[in-house]
Design a protein around this ligand. Structure first.
Ligand code: HEM
Ligand SMILES: [Ca+2]
Ligand SMILES: [Ca+2]
Length: 309
């Protein structure tokens, strides 16, 4: 971490910032779901063996890679695509200099800003990891069926306080979730009540109609933040007390006394949310950084430089 710096590419790739910004702008304008897709991709990278682009590796005959773990199957193509586009542009300008892990970190930050979110500093100089295993993804990522104890433990293991955890969850102010991720809350909540009573009844009714066909059409998905789905703001927290949280793990944030106070702060005060989110993202961006011989600068983001059999 101490080997990282803000101006790491200042002499080796002076156009780094501009190339990333141009790539991000073009991609987000043509595919507005890219920002949310990439924020989730980055979160999934950093939680599993650190921010080392391990999530970008493709499987081969010898290795089932992280992105092919069940939990990563829905990671959207647009997020991988924006990284590949930036890498391609950077290789033309400064070949073999910029790591995929740095590209993903910087692209995410610029996309968050583009959809209205706060600035935070991205330190640079990460090396790309040499391991990518589907099993690691299954072990390290949160799931919607976790209890609050399990979620707090998982984030604590990565060094995050309850407050930082709640701030990071604000990522769900953009993007969407597939119906299967919250279908149990709508149709099979318990023996006596098919629908989770924590849902706002009108919202639940609309979702039930919308998702009715989800087993046949697995692409059906709903906005995480029903009111401002494309804007990075604090609406996610304002939604929770009104029963407009989409995933059961979202609604738990307002039920548990350990997290509820922070939801209330962020719902009232967007600048408090932005300041905590920035801080937590900076921290996320520094998880288990590889430097020196712990990693490499990949030639292609989806392959290690030497294929190990
Ligand atoms: C308890 C923790 C978390 C759980 C259980 C969780 C779960 C999920 C699930 C199930 C989806 C829907 C995926 C799909 O159907 O395609 C989703 C989407 C998303 N998550 Fe999370 N998540 C968590 C934390 C976070 C954090 C900390 C961030 C970012 C800082 C984040 C960012 C996102 C984004 C941006 C999307 C939308 C992706 C898109 O539109 O393509 N999540 N999350
Ligand atoms: Ca990783
Ligand atoms: Ca929003």
């Amino acid at each position: 971490e101490s080997e990282l710096s803000v101006d790491y590419y200042k002499t080796s790739c002076p156009n780094f910032q501009n190339i990333i910004r141009d790539t991000v702008t073009n991609k987000q304008i043509s595919s507005p779901t890219t920002a949310a897709a990439t924020l989730r991709l980055f979160f999934h990278d950093c939680m599993v063996d650190g921010c080392d682009a391990s999530v970008l590796i493709s499987s081969n005959a010898f290795n089932k890679a992280e992105r092919d773990g069940d939990i990563n199957h829905a990671l959207p193509g647009d997020a991988f695509d924006v990284v590949v586009r930036a890498k391609t542009a950077l290789e033309l300008s400064c070949p073999k200099i910029v790591s995929c892990a740095d590209i993903l970190a910087q692209v995410t930050r610029d996309l968050v800003i583009m959809v209205g979110g706060p600035f935070y500093t991205v330190h640079l100089g990460r090396k790309d990891g040499l391991i990518s295993k589907a099993s690691h993804a299954e072990e390290s990522l949160p799931r919607t069926n976790m209890t609050m104890d399990q979620m707090l433990d998982l984030f604590k293991l990565r060094g995050f306080t309850a407050r930082e955890f709640v701030a990071l969850m604000g990522g769900h102010t953009i993007g969407f979730s597939h119906c299967k991720e919250f279908a149990d809350r709508l149709y099979h909540f318990s023996k006596t009540t098919p629908t989770d009573p924590d849902f706002n009844p009108k919202y639940a009714a609309a979702l039930k109609t919308f998702c009715a066909n989800y087993t046949k059409d697995s692409t059906m998905s709903a906005f995480n933040d029903v009111l401002t789905p494309g804007k990075f703001d604090n609406m996610y927290y304002q939604n929770l007390p009104r029963g407009l949280g989409l995933l059961i793990t979202d609604s738990l944030l307002f039920k548990d006394p350990r997290t509820k106070p922070f939801v209330e702060i962020y719902a009232q005060d967007q600048s408090a949310f932005f300041s905590d989110f920035s801080h937590a993202m900076e921290k996320l961006s520094l998880l288990d950084i590889k430097t020196g011989s712990q990693g490499e600068v990949r030639n292609r983001c989806d392959q290690f430089n030497s294929i190990k059999a």
